[in-house]
Design a protein around this ligand. Structure first.
Ligand code: SAH
Length: 283
């Protein structure tokens, strides 16, 4: 454990009884507390995470770094699905992180505007949880789409028969996510309109293509926004972090009769699902 902490290119914090790492350069636009920039599963992978930091940090950039990242996520039990492994190898995270940041290290990376691209193990966890609802031809909504990485994964998984929508309330991030996708293997899905990224308040969902088989929320809400529940298809699944300081990743299943079942997957730390002004003001 000690050796792994030493090589971690981040500051090490203690919370919830677990050690985990946060980016040292927290944000390029202002001073904020480290806790605002964590996008981590705090309860399940902390020990393994530090071990995977070790190997991921040592792995190179480019396709070998990407492959090593996925191999580590498989080795530590985060990824068990072949489709999830494949999509995370196909869509290069290196195209979605700011230049000069470590694309394949298991840590969130600041992307400006008080937001982060989630850590690879969080992307993998959410893809695993939603995999059944990301079959070819299905519909998915990504609220708080940020860099567009997860939105792109969804699009590759549901393919040209499906429909994927990403919504973020920061116009600059939406522009950036479109440019990222245009450089990636998901470019043709964007060009042909099977994937679209929009500026909007994600708490309202995106009615145009509802109902959705899968809804992912990439920022923590204090309660589940009703429009998102309404836009979830019967038989569909939503993954949403809930809470303020103490947050839990909730899995919400809507049965065919419309009734809702929820369970807690794990403890996490996400940036808040909030108004644009509050986010840009630093919460
Ligand atoms: N999942 C993304 C980004 C996660 S950061 C990625 O991994 O790249 C959370 C994102 O939620 C930020 O981009 C932030 O701008 C967005 N966000 C927060 N509140 C929002 C709201 N009310 N509507 C839309 N997007 C929101």
């Amino acid at each position: 454990m000690r050796a792994q902490v030493l090589i971690c290119p981040t500051i090490t914090l203690k919370a919830y009884g677990h050690l985990y790492c946060a980016p040292r350069r927290l944000h390029r636009y202002g001073s904020s507390s480290p806790s605002q920039f964590l996008n981590l599963n705090l309860s399940r992978f902390s020990g393994r995470l530090l071990t995977s930091f070790f190997s991921m940090f040592q792995s190179g950039a480019g396709s070998s770094g990407k492959k090593a990242m996925v191999e580590n996520l498989k080795r530590y039990g985060v990824i068990s699905s072949k489709r999830v492994a494949q999509v995370m190898e196909d869509l290069d995270r290196g195209l979605f992180v700011p230049a000069g940041s470590s694309a394949y290290v298991d840590t969130p990376v600041p992307i400006g505007y008080n937001a982060t691209i989630s850590a690879p193990h969080m992307h993998a966890t959410c893809l695993q949880l939603l995999e059944d609802k990301l079959q070819p031809g299905m519909r998915a909504l990504d609220v708080g789409s940020g860099t567009g990485y997860l939105t792109g994964c969804f699009a590759l998984m549901v393919g040209a028969e499906g429909r994927v929508v990403g919504v973020d309330h920061i116009p600059e991030l939406v522009d950036m996510s479109i440019k990222n996708i245009e450089k990636s293997v998901a470019a043709s899905l964007l060009k042909k309109g099977y994937l679209s990224l929009h500026v909007g308040d994600g708490r309202k969902g995106w009615q145009e293509f509802a109902p959705y088989d899968a809804i992912h929320v990439g920022a923590a809400a204090s309660e589940i926004p009703q429009p998102l529940l309404d836009q979830l298809k019967p038989g569909g699944r939503m993954v949403i972090p809930l809470g303020t300081y103490f947050q839990e990743l909730k899995v919400i299943d809507k049965s065919e009769d419309g009734s809702i079942k929820a369970h807690t997957e794990t403890s996490v730390r996400y940036v808040p699902l909030t108004s644009r002004d509050e986010q840009l003001g630093g919460f």
